[in-house]
Design a protein around this ligand. Sequence first.
Ligand SMILES: [Zn+2]
Length: 289
Amino acid sequence: MPGRLRELEITDFGATVLSTGEVSRVLIEWELKETRQDLTNMKYFIDRGESPEEMAVISSALPYNDLKQFVDYTIELRDLQKLYYYRVRAVEFNTAGNTALQTFQTTPFTWNGELDLVGIYVIDEHEFAFKFCYGTPTMIFKKKRDEENCPDCFDAVLARVTKSNCRTCFGVGKIGGYYNGIVAWMDFGQDMPASAVAESGEKQSNEISFRFTNYPEIRIGDIIVDLQPNKFFRVTNVSATEKRRATLLQFGQVSEIKRDEIEYALSIDDSVRDALVDELEQRRKEVEF
Ligand SMILES: [Zn+2]
């Protein structure tokens, strides 16, 4: 059976080393050239290889409508002279989803330019501390900004949502409301420092601070779930330190979302949550000895 999609083009693809050592992460990003075709049966896959001639798939099937990003956690980058090549593939499946019909793919690519070793060192140190010393596991839900408007509650004339408890868009006005959650370890839940409180004039009793590394980039309106007590927070303020325009660290404030609000219906994979909470509890036990 031939595929139906025509001339899909993956653009703006690239790889960025986010951190190295025991917490190695490489971010793969891409875009799809705008198309009006129905992409429901299309999924992305990421391939990797030490040679552009020999690549193997390293991702599961990634949905067509999620963030066009993938983080490779599976290499340990110690020797930065070593290069890895990546490739993004868009595969069209049959309606049943069990047979690939055709593939559109990028050429192999790798991270480019000189790595900023000092910047990477700063990130590595923090990433290590958040994961192995004192951070907590969280899930970050990026708010959708340029997806399709919600068919159930978005009023195109008023250009706003008409109900706050909409299950289609979680009050965001875009289908799904938020992209799939991204796991992140951060230093989360410290109270705002007294100096910051003094500057902003009044202390909002539900504001909590966070410190975080470089991925994903957090914006106001995104949701952070502290997985161990399962508390949901909305980002109210965020800023970042940068070096040569690359984000090193992000810090900001969140305010807690009430338990009866619609955001608590966002789905978090129980097996992912359990594994992270186990990791946290294991670490706390080790610290006691
Ligand atoms: Zn809605």
